[in-house]
Ligand binder design. Structure first.
Ligand code: PLP
Length: 301
């Protein structure tokens, strides 16, 4: 079924699978005009979804939290994603599922209950949040001293969302200063997350990661399970910037690339400016888990 029209990706929209460039939504959609939308991203690696059921669980929790009502069931969505990736022919893919508030049925209405909510999905060749060549030497991050993470009381970061104003501002500051990406702190100065990733520190052999004010990443969950298997202590709690800077190793986690070493934050250089030993071990375990049938769903191309 895969053909060259799908080489840049495929989308499922209004019941059809189309080449990614043909997938369009209305300019009146509140997903666009209000960021009133939620989404989730799962990846396909070597022809199989990784932990698809966990991503579907999180997506459904987000839909529920935003009071969205879409026509497709969880089983429908799983089937759509399988068929769409099969049609794309992509064996390594970044696969997004989206639920949007949609367009009001009464033109000009400001009432969210008047909108027809809808689902769509798209798959493109694998996206690396941190490019592999950067990951190899270790990412260099800037903790913004100028931009705070949007308060969880305003936008719940556990609901994957398009409110990226803080992230994009932090990212510009970081890129302008020669860093690879940004990390944002909350109003109490504790570390939260970055544009598309969670953050971890290893300190005195213990794994630390922020508890709140973050998306509860599926990669984060996988990392914690791997570290528990390795008999490491895992502490999920508020983490200060000072603690991160004091750590032996730092890494980030994301569906868009897995476990990525961080070798510099602000002026601090970790280890000898190269990826840490435990980080490399955790990363290897992360990719090895992709072969575990418990987590893997093969695509029938
Ligand atoms: N934090 C944010 C803001 C994200 O957008 C993402 C998405 O990739 C993550 C963390 C990492 O979550 P996951 O491991 O589920 O991809």
């Amino acid at each position: 079924m895969a053909n060259e029209h799908f080489s840049k990706g495929a989308a499922w929209i209004e019941g059809d699978i189309v080449p990614i460039s043909e997938a369009k939504i209305s300019v009146l959609d509140w997903g666009l005009t209000r960021s009133d939308i939620t989404y989730d991203v799962v990846h396909v690696w070597e022809g199989a979804f990784f932990r698809l059921e966990d991503y579907l669980d999180r997506f459904h929790a987000s839909i529920h939290s935003l009071r969205l009502d879409i026509a497709q069931s969880r089983e429908d969505i799983a089937q759509i994603l399988h068929q769409m990736v099969a049609a794309s022919g992509l064996t390594e893919a970044y696969v997004s599922m989206v639920a949007s508030r949609g367009v009001p049925s009464i033109p000009g209405s400001r009432d969210p209950r008047h909108c027809s909510n809808h689902f769509y999905a798209w798959a493109v060749p694998f996206v690396w949040v941190i490019k592999p060549e950067v990951a190899k030497r270790g990412a260099r991050l800037r903790v913004s001293d100028n931009t705070l993470r949007i308060s969880p009381q305003s936008v719940d970061p556990r609901v994957k969302n398009y409110h990226w104003g803080d992230m994009t501002k932090g990212l510009f500051e970081a890129l302008d200063a020669g860093y690879d990406s940004a990390v944002l702190v909350d109003e109490t100065g504790h570390i939260t997350e970055g544009p598309g990733f969670n953050i971890f520190a290893i300190s005195s052999g213990k794994l630390l990661t922020p508890k709140s004010g973050v998306l509860e990443g599926i990669t984060r969950q996988t990392v914690m399970e791997i570290c528990q298997e390795m008999d490491m202590d895992v502490e999920v709690r508020a983490v200060s910037l000072a603690e991160i800077l004091d750590a032996e190793e730092v890494f980030l986690s994301t569906t868009g690339g897995g476990v990525t070493p961080v070798t510099r934050i602000n002026n601090k250089i970790f280890g000898n400016d190269s990826p840490g030993t435990l980080t490399k071990k955790i990363s290897a375990s992360y990719w090895a888990l992709h072969k575990d049938e418990k987590y893997s769903q093969k695509i029938k191309y």
